[in-house]
Structure formats: C-alpha cells, structure tokens
Design a protein around this ligand. Sequence first.
Ligand code: TYD
Ligand code: MG
Length: 415
Amino acid sequence: MVEERAEPRHVRAASPTRAVPLMDVPLDQERRFSSGLSALDALLGGGLVPGSLVLVGGEPGIGKSTLVTQAAMRVAAEAPVLYVSAEESPKQLKMRVERLGEAPAHLLVTSENIVEAVSPLLADVRLAIVDSIQTVRSEALETASGSVGQVRECAAMLQRLAKETDTATFLVGHVTKEGAIAGPRVLEHLVDVVLYFEGEPSGAYRVLRAVKNRFGATDEVALFEMGESGLRHVENPSSALLAERVAGAPGSAVAPVMEGTRCLLAEVQALCTPSFLNNPRRVVTGIDFNRMTILLAVMEKRLGLRMGAQDVFVNVAGGLRVVEPAADLPALLAAASSLNSQGLPADLVAFGEVGLGGEIRSVAHADRRLKEAAGLGFQTAVIAKSQAVSDDAGAQLIRARDVGEAVAAMPASAR
Ligand code: TYD
Ligand code: MG
C-alpha cells in the first residue's frame, strides 16, 4: 500500500480567522423594534430584529400586502420605511394606505423591480418591504423574474443587503399551485423568519403562522380578521369563530383544533342532500378533500349510511383551514347530523381521528382541547375510548370505541 502524505493546509496569513469570547457577542434582543402590530411582534418573538429577513408567504388575495403595509405604516410614523412595490403601482399602494389609515410621513415607495437598482435605497431605512419577491429580478441572471434562479438570487442579495445595512426586510412571496413560478418554499432555508398566511381568501379569518424563526419560537399562530380597513387581530379566536353559529342546528359540530400550541374552537358544517347526479357532488372547504372522502366511505361501510346517494357539502365556518386528524370525528358527526336532520347537543364538542376500520383513535393535547371547550361553555365531549385525559376540565366525556358508538350516543333521531 502506498502511503499518502497529507499536504499541509494553506494558512491565510493576511487576515487570520479570529475567535471571540462568546461572552462578548452582543445579543440582538434589546435592539428589536416593534412592527407596530402587537400580534405580529409576538409571532416574531418580540418584534423585528434589525438586519433580519422575514418571508411572508401565502396564496394570492390572502392579505400579505395588507399585513406588511399596516406594519410599514406604523413603523413609518417614526422612521423611514421603503416599500418596493414591484407588483402594484405606487398609486395602488397609496389607495391601500388610505384605506388603512393616514399616510405616514416617512413611507417611501418605488416600483423599481431590479434589485441592483433598489439596493442603494435600503441603506437609510429602518424597514424595507419587497412585494413581491417573484416580481423583482437581478441583472446578474438572464432568466425572467419569478423563476427559481431569480427568486433565489434576489433573496440572497437582499439577505446580504439586510445584514450589511442592518435593515429589517419583509419579503412577500406568493405560494402558488405547483408549476410555473417558484414559490417561497425555495427561500425558507435562506431567510431568518418564515410566516405563512393561511385560510380561505373568501372568508373573513386568516391564520398567520410562524414556521421558522431564528430569533424565537415557531409553531405559534395569530388569528386575524380582514375587514373594511385592514387586518385586525382577533384576541379571542374561539368565541369569534363561533359567534355566528346556530347552536344545535343539524349539520353543525364544534371541533377543538390545535393551531400551533393553542387550541381554537372551529365549527365544522356539513350539508347532505339527496343527489340526482351519477357522480354526487362533493364540495369541501376548510378540510382536506381526501380526508372527507375517506370519512364518507367509512360512514357508508361502517354505519350503513348511503352517502353515495348524497350530495355532500362541507365547510369550516369563518374561512379557517383545519388540517388535523382530530377534526375527523366532528366532521363525521356533522355529516351524520345533517343526513338525519337532527342537531347535535348545543354544548357538545368532539375530537378524534377516525381510522379506515371506523375506529376512533386518540389525539394529542386532549386536556388543552377540553379546557378551551369548557371556557366557552361546552360541557360534553365525544372522544376516543382510549383517549388519555388527565384534566377533564369538568366535561362530561362520551367515550366511543368506533364511529358506530359515537353516532349512537347522539340524540335519538340523529342515528
Ligand atoms: P392583499 O393584501 O392585496 O392580498 P395579497 O397581497 O396576499 O395578494 O389583499 C387581499 C384582499 O383583501 C383583497 O381582495 C382586498 C381585501 N382587502 C380588504 O378586505 N380590506 C382591506 O382593508 C384591504 C387593504 C384589502
Ligand atoms: Mg399583494
């Protein structure tokens, strides 16, 4: 065997790398400044960090521009803010600003979409907004704006600029259906904070979620309501979401669902009507379509209900999107309740995952769900037989092994 001799590594003589005592590293904590929206500050972990890059993603029309404009206006009351409005004209921005309040003194706008041209403007502002990252481009690349390469290049350049100039920067990114242009996901690793806006754009409520945060906790959420003059933070999400509910109406079930570390009470609505179509209609908003299809199949097979002859419409009130399996049971109970035209008890909540065999499985955070429900006067809960509960918050628990038992426990004619 030939013995290999390791070459000595090159040592850079000019500027040797130096290590500094960890104790001397300054923390950015006290340098944070308020975005002007306390709910947003809380999601960010206590305000904006100078020099940080914050991605705000979401579907078109969900309210990204509105959110960042509201923050821009508040910050611009005191310090210069630059709004790079590459997507909308300055006039459109002004119209939105006027809708949201009084135009602040220090809000600067440009519709320049070449990042190299924008960069000198970043030096003297406290906050910059790039709306959107898919409509700006770098001269370094030949490709069109919105391509993966452009989106990456521009974000990387803005990241460097933000750090150099100590300017906090919001990047707005459209989450698009797969295909044509690059979504914000390709940027997640590059930015410091990722916030996603979720919900049905047609509904009033939106959930803002922190999915990455180099400076704070993730998995936190805030509920906002889109109104005539912008987004308003909803302090009491559960009572807001249930405000317009007709208690005890057929087809309505209340689901305690986890959003990050907190629990919200959402109303799942179902409407089942005899179908005259070969392919009965299935219209599902707020819940995963495939999940609902499975639940209907379980009802057909395990409960002997002829769901295949029904048009089924499912909706989560307020435009909320529920992705948790814990919403299986309330969704199924809502559908059964509508089918039988018999309302569920007004003080009832339900949570549990429904398996293909019709069995009900336990889910995490039972105590928190029961507590949230009890806080709004819901005293009865349908849960899995196996569900571990350490603090039942005084609720009357209906434990069901499978969907048959759960439906059988409902008022007589709901069966
Ligand atoms: P927008 O913030 O432009 O969405 P995005 O930037 O995510 O595409 O706003 C979306 C919708 O919100 C738009 O249809 C208009 C509506 N809207 C209100 O209802 N109230 C308001 O005060 C504002 C500014 C917008
Ligand atoms: Mg927009």
